[in-house]
Design a protein around this ligand. Sequence first.
Ligand SMILES: [Zn+2]
Length: 227
Amino acid sequence: MAQGHSVDEYLETIYFLAFPIGEYTPRGTGSPPLASRVAEMLGVSRASAGEMLKRLEAEGLVERGARKEALLTDAGRERAEKVVRKHRLIERLLTDFMGYTGAEAHVQADLLGDTFTDEMIDRIDERLGHPQRCPHGWPVDPDVEQAENATLEPLAALEPGTEATIVRLAEHDGDLLHWFYDQELVPGRELVLERADPAADQFVVRLDGDRRAISEKAAAGLFVRPS
Ligand SMILES: [Zn+2]
């Protein structure tokens, strides 16, 4: 088995790779979720990822497209959507009920992923009052997430001069996530992109009159709604 990554983690990764504003979409038009991309995202070898993808195919959760890319079948997609919903609700349990910060919640939620049954997750959802989003702005309901994708852009893709509101934070890079919180680059924050210089790895944003230079990686991990 691929270095401790579960079927659910693979499905979640393929899910994120499949959408235009998925967490892992590279700049530009996006590339299909190939074994190599999946391996890169999970930090495993291509061989491990290839092996797991074969297993997912055998289980009817994934099928290969024309370019050998991994596509979720209906069953795979249903399960992946359940995994992301669960993750987002557990994060809210951690922040709203257990007092973790948004920066901490993602990693802790990954540790708890397999702990709760579907029935427990429904109870958590009810007790928390059916939260709409995880602490990092990702909609709990995957249908809402997918519909909203069309309205968002990574900050790195905007034209300089554009005003925007931060809606979601990329959360799979723990260091970057902590940095977003340290910088108060959090959901709901309004900003203006003043300068974009990918060649120099520098994007300058204005936050309430305060000017800040951020890296391209950070700009690519802030999903914003241009106003
Ligand atoms: Zn989150």
